[in-house]
Structures are given as C-alpha cells and as structure tokens.
Design a protein around this ligand. Structure first.
Ligand code: FAD
Length: 441
C-alpha cells in the first residue's frame, strides 16, 4: 500500500477517534502520546472531569459504531437548571418540545472507549509516554522523547492532535505565511465536587446546573457515580476573583453568600478549592492547517472556550471531514489535507465566536425576564414552523448544520418573522380601516 502510513501526535479525544477511523480503512497508524495510558492512571486532578457530547459528536462516533457505547455511559441533560442566590430553581429546556438532550460523560470514560476502539484495529499502535518535541514539516518527520531516549520517526503524513498547546503547531509557526492568534479570557476555571448523598444525586441529574452571577458563574454536570462536577468560571484577578479569594475564611464566606445551596452540598469545598488548579480559557485561531503532508486537527487547530460544550464535538467533526477527503481523493494526502482545512477552518472560526458569545448568555442573560420571554417566543415559533425556525442552541447542539451557516440562518429567520409581523400588522390595519369606512358610509 502506498501513502498509507500515518503518525498521529496525541491520543486524546480527537487523536484516538481519528486513529480508529484511519485504522478501519487499513491505514498504518502510529500514535504517540505524551502521558501514560489514562485507562490505568485515571483522571488528572481538576482537568475537566466530564464534558457534554451532543449531536455533532454523536454523529461522528456513529461512523465507527461507537454512538450507543458512548450514550450508554452518559447521562442525558434535557435543559439547564438555573440557581438564583435566593428563591426557587428555574428549569429551561434545551429544545422547544423538551425532548432533546446533551449528554454528560466522563472525559476519562470517553477517552478509554476511543482508545479501546483504536487499539482494536490491527494496523493501529499507540505508544504512551512518548512526547513529541519537534516536527520537520519538509520531510514529514517527528522527534520524540521517551524513557528509551530520543528518536526520530517519519511517515507519509503527520496529524497533530496534541491539543491547545500543540508541539506540532510550533513547527507550523516557523513556516512562512502561517497565521496564528491566541486570545486568553481574563477568566480561569476550577473544578469542585458535589458528592452523592447516599445513593442519590444531590441535584436533578437531568439538567446542566448553572449558578449565573452576572460577571461570573458556576456550572455542574452529573456523573454516573451520582456526584456532580462543578466548574467555577471566575475572573483570574480583581474583585471576586480567584486571586481575591485566598483564605479559608473568605472562601467559605463567599460561597455561603453567593452559592448558598451548592456550598451546603460540598463537604470538600475548601480542599477542592485550595488544591485544584486554575485552568486557562484560550481561543486559538490559525491558518492554514496543513503544510506539505502534515496537518493540525482538534484543539491543536482551534482551541475554543468551553461555553457551548462544542470543542470535542467540533474536533470529532474534523475527523469525519479529514477521512472523507481522503476517501474522495483515493488516499492522496496532497489533495485531502488542503480540502479538509478549507472545509473546516471557517467552521472552527464560527464555533469559536459562538462559544465566546454563549459565556455572556450563560453567566448573565439567562437571568433576565426579557431573555426568558424571547426564549418562550422562539420555542413557540419552532413548534409552529418546525425546522423553518430553529434557535441558535438547537442548531449548535442538535444539528449538523455547518457552524458558519448558523448566524446567517438566524438572520434570515428573524427577517422572515419581521416581514410576517409587518404583513399581519398591515392586514389588521387595512381591515380596521375598511370597517371604519363602511361604518361611516
Ligand atoms: C473546562 C472545559 C470543559 C469542556 N467541556 C466541553 C464539553 O462539554 N463539550 C465539548 O465538546 N468539549 C468540551 N471541552 C473541550 C474539549 O475538552 C476539547 O475540545 C477536546 O478535548 C479536544 O480534543 P483534542 O484531542 O484535540 O485535545 P486533547 O483532548 O487535549 O488531547 C490532546 C492529547 O495530546 C497529548 N499531547 C499534548 N502534547 C503532546 C506532545 N508534545 N506529544 C505527544 N502527545 C501530546 C495530550 O496528553 C492529550 O492526550 C471542554 C474543555 C474544557 C477546558
């Protein structure tokens, strides 16, 4: 077989799915992963324990027959449950009919399912504890460090799926004409835990819980062991920031004041707060995603902030696109890599914008009466008009409409509704005028 050897750097979510897809097509795949096998070592403390998989991710997983396996280990969340500082919780369903759900799954479980699937392919090998240190794009080779020392390997193609701080991307940065932008939010994230209460969930497991607090927020997703993983999204510095809350007294008193219902369910609050790391929230945009026979995929190509729960979903869509272009081009990397990048770069830029926008919605807008009224109207329109009126959330989470088509479609829908409103107004006004004239005569 020619052109059939591939190196994948990084056996995270995207790398292991891509290895499975290529393995199923008979490609010889060598995957190099910096960490040890996560199936033996478990989750790293405070590193996004769980995540939400929705229609896009599931559609990609279905291509390798993993959709049902993943769903069987996930918990559906049909809406968001808002927790005000005082007063009752408010449930907002994610879809107009209330029947659609996003799915909470442990990152470790999902990675394990994907690693098992990749290793089940006879032509795929995964090398853990191998860190890529540099990449030579001119001859498609990679330098690695492991316990055995340094080594250089090469293949017909190299795909960098080594995450937001990609080592493969560093080689792209040195090549002429490569555009790169990285934007950090002045916010960080930290994970906390709400444990099970006996055999029960402490909160409703059918919802993604949000404590919107204007300029910051906390969210919680359910786990199969009946615990919840909470994530604080707070400013890194300034008032009410991670830097500001630096003593046990201040932490306990702040939580008691701003998150009283959650704090009462967190026996390990102080320990979690003091020992779990603060993660950064970065958006990476770059282009082009390929050079010779090397390419970037997943977070290595497009890290986005997590507020739409789409980073992994979008990365899985990348895998589908790359193998589709390989199939369409009889395995010709020189044709497939530019076609893949051409298709996916606008999608990554669009979902990056959507994710940034949704942070404001989650931490602030969801609280307002106006926002709730708009949502009710939108749900009604969707029920009446079907797919001719879809909300932004439905298009992002429950469809495979290209991300870049979503804002233009929303604009067209709004124009259509405005036009309809003007027409109805004109008809009502006209009939009133006719009636008035008839009464006079
Ligand atoms: C707090 C948080 C919540 C999130 N929630 C969601 C969500 O709900 N839904 C969703 O779809 N997405 C979510 N995401 C985004 C999602 O985690 C990422 O988009 C996804 O993990 C990207 O997959 P990846 O394989 O590209 O990168 P990663 O999963 O980061 O995998 C990269 C792999 O490469 C390895 N690696 C790195 N450098 C090297 C090297 N030099 N050599 C060898 N190996 C290397 C790493 O060890 C890792 O295994 C969230 C992210 C965060 C931070």
């Amino acid at each position: 077989m020619t052109n059939r050897s591939v190196i994948i750097v990084g056996a995270g979510l995207a790398g292991s799915l891509l290895a499975t897809m290529l393995g199923k097509r008979g490609y010889h795949v060598e995957v190099y992963e910096r960490r040890s096998d996560p199936r033996n070592t478990g989750a790293e403390r405070g590193r996004s324990i769980n995540l939400a998989i929705s229609t896009r991710g599931l559609t990609a997983l279905a291509e390798v027959g993993l959709q049902d396996t993943v769903l069987s280990r996930a918990l559906p969340m049909h809406g968001r449950m808002l927790h005000p500082v005082s007063g009752d919780e408010v449930f907002q369903s994610y879809s107009a009919a209330g029947d659609r759900a996003i799915n909470s799954i442990s990152r470790g479980e999902l990675n394990a399912v994907l690693l098992d699937a990749a290793e089940a392919q006879p032509t795929v090998r995964i090398h853990f504890n191998h860190q890529a240190t540099s990449c030579d794009l001119s001859n498609t080779s990679l330098t690695l460090e492991s316990a055995e020392g340094k080594a250089t390997v090469s293949a017909d193609a190299i795909i960098g799926t080594d995450g937001a701080y990609s080592a493969v991307r560093r080689a792209f940065l040195q090549s002429d004409g490569f555009d790169f932008a990285q934007d950090y939010l002045p916010y960080g994230y930290k994970e906390l835990t709400i444990p099970a209460q006996g055999d029960e969930y402490a909160l409703d497991p059918d919802a993604l819980h949000i404590w919107p607090r204007g300029s910051s927020m906390m969210i919680a997703l359910p786990n199969l062991d009946r615990s919840f993983t909470c994530t604080l999204f707070w400013p890194k510095a300034g008032d009410h920031s991670f830097a500001d809350l630096d003593t046990p007294d201040r932490i306990v008193s702040y939580f008691g004041q701003h998150y009283p219902d959650a704090a009462a369910l967190m026996p390990d609050l102080l320990d979690d707060y003091e020992h779990n790391p603060i993660g950064s929230l970065v958006t990476v945009r770059c282009s082009p995603w390929w050079r010779n026979r090397s390419a970037l995929l997943g977070d290595a190509a497009h890290a986005i902030v997590p507020f739409y729960g789409q980073g992994a979903n979008a990365s899985f869509e990348d895998c589908v696109a790359l193998v589709k272009h390989l199939d369409d081009n009889d395995g010709n990397w020189d044709a497939a890599l530019p076609a893949y990048a051409h298709e996916r770069t606008p999608q990554a830029n669009a979902v990056a914008d959507l994710a940034l926008h949704n942070f404001v919605e989650m931490r602030d807008s969801v609280n307002s009466i106006g926002y709730r009224a708009v949502r009710r109207t939108e749900n009604l329109l969707h029920q009446v008009l079907g797919n001719r009126y879809q909300t932004r959330y439905e298009m992002v989470s429950f469809s495979t409409i290209p991300y870049s088509h979503i804002e233009p479609k929303l604009k067209r829908q709004r124009q259509g509704i405005a036009g309809l409103a003007i027409l109805v107004g004109a008809l009502i006004g006209g009939s009133m005028m006719i009636r008035a004239l008839q009464t006079r005569s």
